[in-house]
Ligand binder design. Structure first.
Ligand code: FES
Ligand code: MG
Length: 592
């Protein structure tokens, strides 16, 4: 289909290429695009120019499939009458970026905001995958408020090793424990790790990548069924094409994130996250996306819409299977269908398809009850994040869907005090300290010990480290104790099965009371009331606060310093706080 000027609205790109008031600038804006073969006529035809935000590269292997998929996106854009322009994003590779990819989320966000604002783009395809690449781009889409659609890269194929499923991240955590217990050697550890990554794509467990892509879909920002299609499947290329076609129509309709990323959409995303056993990183990322969209989400919302939701999806780390089976079972729409029937969703809301979410979900019931459980007969009840607070922090979460029977028996089943436990704490100053001392017998770590880590939040690390799922000392692992209670102001991998108390805010480096906790103190956790307190008096705490908090390591790059100076806490999404004032800037035109 070729569109004509008369059928379309005037696009912002025309202010560059077809602006009668600044004909002097038009030649300059036009000429260099012609050096790779685009004609002036195309650029002046009044058709929308569609950006493809390319997140794939050699140093972002989880998203590298997008280098291929972009070809199909371009064909879809062209067939629908748009003009594609692909550009690179700052990479955000979770596994390899030191000290953590978390500092890159706000940098990729910032870069995309500048590109979408400063170039002649009318709408954008967001190519998502690895953990931070999804929220970074949706945060930018919310800030600009230009038509935007998510194309997930999709998970890797299922990994297999010696006849067993091996999932991303989960294989690493398990392998690490087996290594500590002396059950495998380093060579075997590497073989297991390699087997968990059998193809192009992002993590095949319900880690942060699959979680955030599921959330993008639950928000209504991708085509129906997009997030779970494994990267190498033919449907992935097909949905890339359809996504390209659809964004052109969205540009013409001027269907924008502000119409889709509403409070109802975020509440549904919180509900879906619980039902899929989603990553604990969904908490800061949902907060960041919501705040950039101008939507307020409170800790009470996490409890009201997130906690009392059953686990429906049987996928690692909360369940058994991996991404291929999730896709075959119907993916995110099939989970949402269950929630919709149980009247747990607010699905009468707009999505990128141009239809309501409820309409998108029509006929999407699963046929695989081993993978997607019925709402009335779930895998677990009350599987969402439990929000905690007390005299050590104002906010932290615990992922209840990964509490094992063993952990429940040991810590949460004291007759008459169910859900309450007290532990002597051992405190570590960041992960180097943890690794240096965890096997020190002098620390007297036993089953009644809680491991605490601090200095690992957004400012302290900087970026907030995925380290709270601390492994017990080797000696305990050899006795079969594979998890102790843990607490920290950092995060943990979405693929971890540790029921840690994490994302504690404010962090110690921002003056949180965790800074004054001492090894030997007793901490009481009450899951019934959502409280976590160190058992010392207010006077004692005030006395301790006369001493300076532990120091944080120096910034190693300019961005680390800027990040520390601008970032908020995990409770509120670790946003670049000053950026929140710039919502809707895609409606403004930059100066010539
Ligand atoms: Fe990139 Fe998991 S490390 S998706
Ligand atoms: Mg991670």
């Amino acid at each position: 289909m070729s569109a004509t000027k008369t059928t379309m609205r005037r696009f912002r790109s025309q202010d560059w290429f077809d602006n009668p008031e600044r004909v002097d600038m038009t030649a300059l804006y036009l000429e260099r695009f012609m050096n790779y073969g685009i004609t002036a006529d195309e650029l002046r035809s009044g058709r929308p120019i569609i950006g493809i935000a390319q997140s794939g590269s050699d140093i972002n292997p989880c998203n590298r499939i997008h280098l291929e998929l972009a070809k199909r996106v371009r064909e879809g854009i062209r067939d629908a009458g748009g003009i594609p322009m692909e550009f690179p994003l700052h990479p955000t590779f979770e596994n390899c970026r030191r000290p953590t990819a978390a500092i890159d989320r706000n940098l990729a966000y910032l870069g995309l905001v500048e590109i979408l604002h400063g170039y002649p783009l009318d709408a954008v395809v967001l190519t998502t995958g690895c953990d931070k690449s999804t929220p970074a781009q949706l945060m930018a889409a919310a800030t600009l408020d230009l038509p935007a659609i998510v194309l997930s890269g999709g998970p890797m194929l299922d990994g297999w090793f010696e006849g067993e499923l091996v999932g991303s991240g989960a294989a690493i955590w398990k392998g690490r424990r087996m290594l500590a217990a002396g059950q495998i050697d380093e060579e075997k550890f590497l073989q297991i790790a390699s087997a968990s990554a059998p193809s192009a794509g992002h993590c095949n467990t319900m880690g942060t990548a699959s979680t955030m892509n599921a959330i993008a879909e639950a928000l209504g920002m991708s085509l129906t069924g997009c997030s779970a299609i494994p990267a190498p499947y033919r449907e992935r290329g097909q949905i890339a094409y359809e996504t390209g076609r659809r964004i052109v129509a969205m540009a013409i309709e001027d269907l924008r994130p502000s119409q889709i990323m509403t409070r109802d959409a975020f509440l549904d995303a919180i509900t879906v996250n619980a039902a899929i056993g989603g990553s604990t990183n969904a908490q800061p990322h949902i907060m960041a996306m919501a705040r950039h969209a101008g939507v307020e989400i409170t800790p009470e919302d996490w409890m009201r819409y997130g906690y009392d939701v059953p686990l429906l999806l049987n996928m690692q780390p909360a369940g058994k299977y991996l991404g291929e089976r999730f896709h075959r079972a119907g993916g995110v729409p099939a989970v949402m269908w269950e929630l919709l029937q149980a009247t747990r969703l607010r699905a009468d809301r707009p999505t990128v398809t141009g239809r309501s979410m409820a309409a998108n979900l029509e006929g999407r019931a699963t046929a695989d009850r081993e993978m997607i459980f019925a709402f009335e007969q779930p895998l677990k009840q009350q599987a969402g994040f439990l929000v905690l607070k007390g005299n050590l922090f104002d906010f932290a979460i615990m992922k209840t869907s990964v509490i094992s029977a063993d952990f429940r028996q040991r810590y949460l089943s004291t007759p008459g005090r169910e859900g309450v436990f007290e532990c002597r704490v051992v405190v570590f100053e960041g992960s180097d300290d943890y690794h240096a001392r965890i096997n020190d017998p002098g620390l007297e770590i036993d089953v009644r010990t809680m491991l605490v880590i601090r200095g690992t939040g957004p400012i302290g690390w900087p970026g907030s480290a995925e380290v709270v799922n601390m492994q017990p000392p080797d000696a305990l692992i050899k006795q079969g104790i594979t998890a102790l209670p843990t607490l920290g102001d950092g995060r943990q991998s979405g693929t971890s099965d540790s029921p840690s108390i994490l994302n504690a805010s404010p962090e110690s480096a921002a003056g949180g009371n965790l800074a004054w906790l001492r090894t030997g103190d007793t901490v009481r956790v009450d899951l019934n009331t959502g409280s976590c307190n160190v058992l010392i008096s207010d006077e004692e705490l005030a006395e301790r606060k006369k001493i300076a908090p532990p120091p944080v390591p120096p910034s190693q790059t300019p961005w680390q310093e800027i990040y520390r100076a601008t970032v908020g806490q995990l409770q509120s999404g670790a946003c670049m706080e000053l950026a929140l004032a710039y919502r809707g800037v895609g409606q403004d035109l930059p100066r010539h």
